[in-house]
Design a protein around this ligand. Structure first.
Ligand code: ADP
Length: 318
């Protein structure tokens, strides 16, 4: 893919003031964000948060009630050869079961004026070269996902949109997806990938859009999300718990006794805690930082969105 148009000029996705309501349910509620070229942007939120609806609108499969979704400055529907600009994996089951993987891709290539040789390239890329002649009806869910991804990459698109691509993949497949996402972004493509599980994205995403109940809860780098999460905590092991609390509370930091020999303080870096205790003459036997994990940050952000939904519809991954 060295000749990729993506490398020559980055193509962003720009969503502004997007709204979509299904009867009484606001599926997407005033959503605005930009997906930058050259990055993997994770689109994460509990089930029912509005991720698929947003992706369908970007792909012109659904009309918004308000707002715009542009790819490279244009609505998807106005792109002349859409597969050559945007590759998408939405519902991996939408393939004729009697058709072989290869023929399915050939048909797609033909209808988008993509050279035939590209079919074998993407079969190879997706790890399907050996099963390209088999009927898709006999494919496992994981193989269908791979075929959907092969189809998405057929037109060497500058923008890639994958909805829950890890679904049905085994560990090897998951690792393959992670590497693929990174390499697609490395080519300069804009990569938007959704998941209801933060754990699936935290190692591959550069940037995160967190949504709940159709609203944007965070538009942030992975690192910043962790840093702003419920507050980093430092645990101090000490036989002088009361003195430690008094000293640290004097610096304006919330403190708590968390067990017989531990005081926990929030919002101060480790060096400052050590400094304050030393100056205050408080002896301690250990100091350890507890960094909020991305999973904790995500749970905290989406808690309201999850509580709001009913039944098993709004559960973030555990
Ligand atoms: P996600 O992809 O984050 O799981 P969706 O975009 O699929 O979320 O759904 C967002 C909300 O819109 C949910 O409440 C869902 O039930 C509702 N919804 C999605 N598609 C439709 C539809 N075609 N008809 C009615 N409601 C829908």
């Amino acid at each position: 893919m060295a000749e990729s148009p993506a490398r020559r000029s980055g193509v962003p996705i720009e969503v502004r003031g997007l709204r979509k309501r299904y009867r009484s349910t606001p599926a997407v509620d005033d959503l605005s964000f930009t997906v930058e070229p050259g990055k993997v942007t994770g689109f994460v939120g509990p089930n029912g948060a509005g991720k698929s609806t947003t992706m369908r609108i970007i792909l012109g499969l659904d009309a918004p009630d308000a707002g715009t979704a542009l790819v490279g400055g244009r609505p998807y529907r106005t792109l002349e050869r859409p597969l050559r600009t945007v590759g998408a994996l939405l519902d991996a089951s939408a393939v004729h079961p009697g058709r072989s993987a290869r023929n399915h891709l050939r048909w797609l290539a033909h209808s988008n004026a993509i050279p035939r040789r590209r079919v074998d390239e993407v079969l190879d890329l997706a790890g399907l070269a050996s099963v390209g002649r088999r009927a898709v009806g006999g494919f496992s869910l994981g193989m269908r996902q791979r075929l959907g991804i092969a189809a998405a990459l057929l037109g060497d698109p500058a923008v890639v949109i994958f909805d829950e691509p890890v679904n049905g993949l085994d560990l090897e497949g998951i690792q393959w997806i992670r590497g693929l996402l990174r390499s697609l972004a490395g080519d300069g493509r804009a990569v938007l990938v959704s998941s209801h599980l933060m754990s699936e994205l935290q190692d591959s995403a550069d940037h995160l859009l967190v949504i709940g109940r159709g609203r944007l809860l965070a538009d942030t780098s992975v690192r910043d999300l962790v840093a702003t999460a419920s507050g980093d905590r430092v645990a101090v092991r000490t036989g002088m718990r009361v003195e430690a609390m008094t000293t640290l509370a004097g610096a304006g930091a919330p403190t708590a006794i968390t067990d017989d020999e531990t005081v926990t303080v929030s919002g101060l870096p480790v060096e400052r805690v050590v400094d304050l205790l030393t100056r205050g003459g408080v002896s301690f036997t250990g100091v350890s930082a507890h960094r909020a994990t991305l999973e904790e940050a995500y749970m905290e952000l989406t808690r309201d969105a999850v509580e709001f939904s009913s039944g098993d519809d709004g559960r973030p991954g555990r």
